[in-house]
Ligand binder design. Structure first.
Ligand SMILES: *Cc1c(COP(=O)(O)O)cnc(C)c1O
Length: 231
């Protein structure tokens, strides 16, 4: 296959290029934006192929699928993100499998993850997922709850809060969701200003249809599924 580039590799390259272009437009260093390839709809072969094409971060939304898909594990430098709603009874497996849990959105889950981190004697990196758009059935805590949940996470010695995550509504014109991304960044800036010495470097926002806008608004993780794994 020397010299032959697969469709998947081409889509990975195009995604990296689009990320770089958006960062450059926003006067940001492209290295500050990481593509999380959302592999929830594909199997291990596509994961391995995207790894070979340069992808290192992978996002999954169901724990049982991820357990199957990542056995045997990917090479050491791969980073697994949990991006789906996490039931407390799956927190134990998730704590062991994932490198970053992006979907922390409620008190019961925070307490359960703290317990699991303690058992493993590890500090688990997490993001607080916020429902910035206020959509009815969307996951994530309400904006008004963010303050108290942040304080709760900060008080957990086995959790390390790295930043915030949001899912924007699906719209045809990605400009429509710019306020959602800006809202997450503004919330982050407020939280950091109101608390001594906390640092929330990560903003996980933007998917296949809207990641360039999210990057312009400060995304550090873009979660890209279809643009990489579907033709
Ligand atoms: C599926 C999913 C994505 C990827 O969406 P695409 O539109 O396929 O890029 C991103 N984030 C979350 C939370 C998802 O569930």
């Amino acid at each position: 296959m020397v010299g032959i580039v697969s469709d998947l590799e081409l889509r990975v390259r195009r995604t990296f290029e689009a990320v770089e272009a958006a960062a450059t437009r926003a006067n940001r260093d492209p290295k500050t934006v990481t593509v999380v390839a959302v592999s929830k709809t594909v199997g291990r072969n596509a994961v391995d192929e995207s790894y070979a094409s340069g992808v290192r971060h992978f996002g999954e939304n169901r724990v049982p699928d991820a357990v199957r898909k990542f056995d045997p594990p990917l090479p050491e430098d791969a980073v697994l993100h949990m991006i789906g709603q996490l039931q407390t009874n799956k927190a134990s497996i998730a704590a062991r499998l994932f490198n970053l849990i992006e979907s922390v959105d409620r008190q019961s889950l925070i307490l359960e993850l703290e317990k699991q981190g303690s058992k493993l004697n590890r500090v688990l990196p997490v993001l607080l997922q916020v429902n910035v758009a206020g959509e009815e059935q969307k996951a994530g805590c309400e904006l008004a709850e963010a303050d108290s949940l942040i304080d709760m996470i900060i008080d957990c010695p086995h959790l390390k809060l790295r930043g915030l995550m949001t899912i924007a509504p699906l719209v045809s014109d990605s400009e429509e969701v710019r306020p959602v991304f800006r809202g997450l960044r503004t919330l982050r800036d407020k939280l950091v200003t109101s608390r001594q010495g906390i640092d929330l470097p990560e903003l996980s926002m933007g998917m296949s249809n809207d990641f360039p806008v999210a990057i312009e608004e400060g995304a550090t993780f873009v979660r890209v599924g279809r643009a990489i794994f579907e033709g």
